[in-house]
Design a protein around this ligand. Structure first.
Ligand SMILES: [Zn+2]
Length: 282
């Protein structure tokens, strides 16, 4: 069953847990997430990045996710990740996405609020949810991240105003988290998280969570994080699995689908690991 993000994060709140949001860019990554969800009986957020449209049309992914969700025993959210273009948002909503992330974090607060409110009104009219973002994180382009300094972290006062005025259903914050592979030891400012959590009633979202130690992620859940995004570790695991498979299958008649299946299997193991860490599943 497909549900929207607002409902999914209510489920997370009831259990004082977080729901894993896993990025999918093609059939193998989608099946890795859906198989892990089915195996553990854990609800998941299937997250399709605006930038993946060239790998697989957004409309095609929507049809596939609807197909899987129709027979899933646990609720699923079909989420558009880091969208900046209204045309993509409209295409996603028209295709049946139940959640949209509008990333206006590069704009000044007031403009971010106005743009987010516009996106939220459209999403809500179609019973979908809106996630917004405040604070600066490095772009999600796969390059190793330079962890940003505290001056780029989300400020509690800004978050309060954003939550009150934007109409968003969830808020992604920057507290030391970064996209891609961490160059140093990841650090989360849990004090800042507590200030933000006290200031706003919206469920909070942590992006760039691959590579953050499990105990730190669990401390963040204690501090009010209800959606945790995992992308890099699933993707790099798929690459490593494919590389190892090709190294051990030098036969020129090796089939692409055999390699893809092994990558899919190993990516599912990573998804299962995070599901257990977040307090979901059996
Ligand atoms: Zn992100």
């Amino acid at each position: 069953m497909l549900i929207n993000l607002r409902r999914m994060l209510q489920i997370a709140e009831e259990k004082r847990s977080a729901i894993g949001s896993f990025n999918v860019c093609n059939v193998e990554t989608l099946q890795a997430v859906m198989n892990a969800s089915a195996k553990t009986s854990a609800p998941v957020i299937v997250s399709f990045g605006e930038s993946y449209d060239s790998h697989m049309p957004l409309e095609g992914m929507a049809e596939l996710v609807k197909l899987y969700a129709a027979t899933s025993e646990v609720p699923i959210v079909l989420h558009l990740d880091h969208s900046k273009k209204m045309t993509t948002i409209l295409r996603a909503l028209k295709s049946g996405f139940t959640s949209i992330m509008y990333d206006g974090s590069a704009f000044p607060l007031r403009e971010n609020i106005e743009r987010s409110r516009h996106a939220a009104e459209i999403a809500h009219a179609l019973n979908a949810s809106l996630e917004g973002e405040l604070g600066y994180m490095n772009p999600e382009d796969g390059t190793p991240s330079n962890m940003c300094g505290a001056e780029s972290y989300t400020r509690a006062n800004d978050a309060k105003r954003y939550a009150e005025e934007s109409g968003a259903d969830a808020l992604a914050i920057a507290i030391g988290n970064a996209h891609g592979i961490y160059k140093g030891k990841p650090h989360l400012d849990l004090q800042r998280l507590e200030e933000i959590h006290r200031a706003v009633s919206l469920p909070l979202v942590l992006h760039g969570s691959s590579g953050i130690p499990e105990e730190l992620l669990q401390a963040a859940i204690q501090g009010g994080i209800r959606k945790i995004n995992i992308n890099t570790e699933v993707s790099t695991t798929g690459i490593r699995a494919a590389r190892e498979f090709l190294d051990s299958h030098q036969d020129p008649n090796t089939r692409f689908e055999a390699m893809a299946k092994e990558a899919e299997r190993q990516m599912a193991v990573v998804v299962e690991k995070y599901i257990a860490c977040f307090g979901q599943g059996k």
